[in-house]
Each structure stands twice: as C-alpha cells, then as structure tokens.
Design a protein around this ligand. Structure first.
Ligand SMILES: [Zn+2]
Length: 528
C-alpha cells in the first residue's frame, strides 16, 4: 500500500508546464505516480484532500546561511512553513567547512559557538554526517566558501596566497567536491574574500575540477555592479564551470532603475556562450553584518585602538562618511536613516533602530556609533533599505532568475526570536507566489514555481529534486493559491507565511498545520 495520496489538487510540476488537475501518490521517499483527474485512485495510508489547492515540488532555496542551523534549531520553522524542503548553505564565501567557519555561523544563528558540544569536523563528509545525525526538518546541501578556505590556509591576511597555499586551497575544495559539495562560493565584500584577485578566484575554482558551480556575492552591488557581475562570469568561464550571481540587485539611489540593464548584461553573456544564472530575494532592503559598513583595514579587533588614535580615527570617519577609493560606504548614498540595526546580542533594544536615531541620541557621529556596536558584537546585523521596488519587480518578472531567501531558518521561540531579522527569513517564497504572481501578475504561477524548484535544483546538481514526476524524491508542498502570502514585515519579522497547508520531505509529512517528522538529509551532489 502507498503511504500518502495528495488528491484532487492542481499539479504544478516545477517544469513550467501548465498546472493540471490530478493527484500525487507517494511510496517511501519517492513519488510513485502522478494521476490524472478522474483516474481510479489507489488506497494509501494517508489521504490529503487538496481540493482547490496546488501541489508543487518542495521549494529549493539555493541561497541560505543556515550552515549551523541543523544543530541550533533543527525544526527550521521559518523556511519549512513557506514550503521550502531543501536549502543550500555555504554561500557568500562562508561555510561551516573547513571548521574555521563553523564558529562564525553558530554565532550568526544566535548560538554560543562553544556551547554546541560538537566535535570539530576534519572533512566535508564529516560535516554532512553531522547534519544527518542532527536530523533537520529540511534537506541541506552545501557549497564550500572561498573565504573560509582562504582563512583556513592563510588566516585573515590581506596578502595573496603563494602558489603552495593556492594548491592547499584547491586541495581543500577538491576534497570537499569528492565528498558531495555542490560548488564553491565567494563573498567579495567581506573579509577575507575581498582580498582575493580575480586570478586567485579562478585558481581556486579550478579545484572544482569542472564539477559544481561557482556562486558569488559579487564585489559590488551598487555603482560597480556591472563590473562585478562581469568578473563573476569571467571566473566561471576561465575555471571551466558554470557561474551564479547571488542575490541579484541594483543597490543605492544612484543605481535605481537599472535592473533591466543588469538582466540584459546576463542575457548577452549567455548569448555569447557564458553559462551564468542568478537568484534574487524579493525585497527592497538588504541585510548583512554591520561590519560591512567598516573598511577592511579596520577589523573589529583593531577598532578600539583606531578610535583612540586621532589620526586613524579621522581616517575611519572619512571612510565611513564618504567611502574611499575602491570601497563604497553605504551611508553617504542611502542616508543613515535608511540603515537599521539588526540583531545585536549585547543590547537587543537597539534592534530596529536606525544609525541616524542612535547617533542623535548618543550625541556622537555615525562612524563612532557603528564602530562601538561592531566592537561590542562583531556579528551585529544591519538592514539597509537600498533598493527600488520597480527594480525588484523587474527581476522577479524574469523567468530565469531563481527565487532564494538569503536567510537563516529561524523560529519565534528560537535563539534569534527576540531579534530583528529580515522578513525574507519567513516570507520569501510566499511573497513571490502571493504578492508578485497572484496579485501583481508579474509572472505565472507555473513560472514562479519553476524559479523555486526545477531551475535551482538542476543548476546545483540536486538530482531527483525540484520536479513532481514518478521516481523523483517526494518533496512536496500543498498551498492555497488564493490565500498564500507573506506576513512578516521589517517591524514584525517573526511572522509565518500563510496558505501553506502541507509540506512533505522525503515522503514524510513535515508540516500539516503542526510540525511533523524531521527527516531532512544532507544532500550530496549528483546523489540519486
Ligand atoms: Zn551575500
């Protein structure tokens, strides 16, 4: 007897094909059959009547920072309840393997890095085995972060690696690929990724050995975004692997209105033979660490000395207030009233306040507010309201750009529940389905689902995921197309998406109005 029958649904299979009335039969961890409406329905242990509902492949979120979440909050609620069934971590140059990166990701997830009681993993395979053991609610695949590999080999140094060191970096990456990693990521606005030249990135990406993908948080998303995206494409081409631009956007007032040009650049590159894709989160604000507003020569550990030295202090003020050659500061373009403090462990009351407000209240200058907060908590979060809605809509409407969250999976009662997080942590997928596809009709429901399922799964080699077809993994979401919507806002981010009624992971019910079984797995590239 089959295990589950999702009956009387509109089946949207993830390929972009028009939805068809029918039912989906599940046995074990696989889709056993897709039945046309009216076909005789076999019995199953459990029947879910999905009349008036859509059944789609579970969403595949290829831009996640939940690298340590399986060990911190394995329920992964904020993503599960949007219908996400697989996440890809290790983005923006930072991964939990090598283990140097695990500490930082634990802190980002709101956990005490020393209190997790995990034995440091010495191989990528051991990291994946630890995820399997933690039994998260969702499947987890991982990239290896170039920044983390660089740090493991030469620390946070500004200098370029020697050829031996490059060989060591390539070796770490190549070994991880042998053990199931799906590619390498870079984060070129962060320390230490920002110190890498294009040549270094190419040399490291050659460690992929033609397998997997080079994904990049590119070197600039404001006035330099066109050059930065071009560099991403170049790295992939020279290293002989596909390239992928993470969280595609045009940021900063001076750039507003230019999203179509950016899409055009990608289109022209593809026409010229480049293999490049991109993903996007559907919001007009970004979120990163407050430390990204501080130039690289002023790392958190050196800020106290810099503030105490009049000359260095003046240089820091100048950089943060006006930027410096080769480095853009966010404040001058956006205004500090559009830069909002996110999680700040030492003083949660600062969450949600703007840099401008705190500056006025403390009677000091913005650069000093920022430096003091980074000293108190180097992982202080920041939200910048830096994009234009029309640009966001232009990219959402593009059928080829994947939907991805750039989130950590969180929960209102979890370690980050008291902190301001970005609403994308709870709302990304429901927002595209409800707001942009249904209400604004920027794209069809089928194209929206394709951007969340088959496209990202195929790109990152997650075999058997992202489609509803006999023999595919039974990762499914059932939602009400008339009511699905995000409810999280910047003011009240810890609010679940609505309209998702059933989530099935590896054939087991993970959500049906209440949390179900936790049967997520670590996913290894190409594994069927
Ligand atoms: Zn990023």
């Amino acid at each position: 007897m089959s295990d589950l029958l999702v009956a009387n649904a509109l089946v949207v299979d993830g390929t972009g094909a028009a939805g068809r009335p029918g039912s989906v039969l599940v046995r074990g961890d696989r889709v056993e059959a897709v039945l046309e409406a009216g076909a005789p329905e076999p019995g199953a242990e459990r029947l879910f009547d999905a009349r008036g509902r859509v059944v789609a492949p579970g969403f595949v979120d290829v831009h996640q920072h939940s690298d340590m979440t399986p060990f911190v909050e394995p329920g992964m609620d904020s993503m599960l309840r949007q219908g996400v069934t697989s996440v890809l971590v290790g983005n923006c140059g930072g991964s939990a393997y090598p283990f140097e990166g695990a500490r930082e990701h634990a802190a980002m997830a709101g956990a005490d890095p020393n209190g997790l009681g995990l034995a440091p993993w010495t191989s990528f395979a051991a990291y994946l085995a630890a995820i399997d053991e933690a039994r998260p609610a969702l499947n987890v695949a991982a990239l290896v972060g170039h920044g983390t590999v660089r740090e493991a080999v030469i620390g946070r140094s500004h200098r370029s690696p020697t050829s031996d060191e490059l060989e060591a970096m390539r070796g770490l990456l190549s070994g991880a690929m042998d053990e199931g990693a799906v590619g390498v990521s870079s984060g070129l606005i962060y320390v230490p990724g920002m110190h890498a030249t294009t040549d270094e990135l190419v040399e490291v990406a050659r460690g992929l050995g033609g397998r997997g993908v080079y994904a990049s948080h590119v070197r600039g998303e404001g006035t330099t975004v066109f050059d930065a995206v071009t560099e991403c494409i170049e790295v992939g081409s020279r290293a002989g692997v596909p390239s992928h631009v993470s969280h595609l956007k045009v940021e900063g007032r001076r750039m507003w209105g230019r999203a179509a040009e950016l899409l055009d650049l990608l289109e022209r590159a593809r026409a010229g033979g480049a293999d490049v894709t991109a993903d996007q989160y559907p919001y007009t604000a970004w979120e990163t660490s407050l430390a990204a507003t501080v130039p690289a020569w002023a790392p958190a550990e050196e800020l106290p000395a810099i503030l105490a030295d009049p000359e260095a202090r003046g240089r820091l003020r100048e950089a943060i207030e006006h930027g410096e050659p080769g480095w853009e500061s966010v404040g001058p373009d956006l205004g500090w009233e559009r830069v909002v403090i996110g999680s700040h462990l030492p003083d949660p009351d600062l969450t949600g306040r703007t840099v401008a407000e705190i500056t006025a209240e403390r009677g000091v200058e913005p650069f000093e507010v920022i430096a003091r907060l980074v000293i108190a908590d180097p992982y202080t979060g920041m939200v910048g309201h830096g994009m234009d809605e029309d640009d966001v809509r232009t990219i959402v409407a593009c059928a080829d750009v994947f939907v991805a969250s750039d989130a950590l999976a969180v929960a209102p009662d979890g370690p980050l529940g008291a902190f301001g997080v970005h609403p994308r942590y709870y709302g990304t997928f429901a927002r595209v389905l409800g707001r942009y596809a249904r209400d604004e009709r920027l794209l069809t429901l089928e194209d929206a689902v394709r951007k969340m399922t088959s496209l990202p799964a195929e790109r990152f080699g997650l075999a058997g995921r992202g489609r509803i077809a006999p023999g595919a993994f039974a990762d499914l979401v059932v939602f009400d197309p008339s009511s699905v919507i995000d409810t999280a806002t910047f003011e009240r981010p810890h609010a679940f998406a609505q309209g998702v009624e059933l989530v099935v992971v590896n054939g087991r019910v993970a959500w049906d109005g209440a949390p179900g079984e936790r049967v997520g797995r670590a996913l290894r590239r190409g594994e069927r």
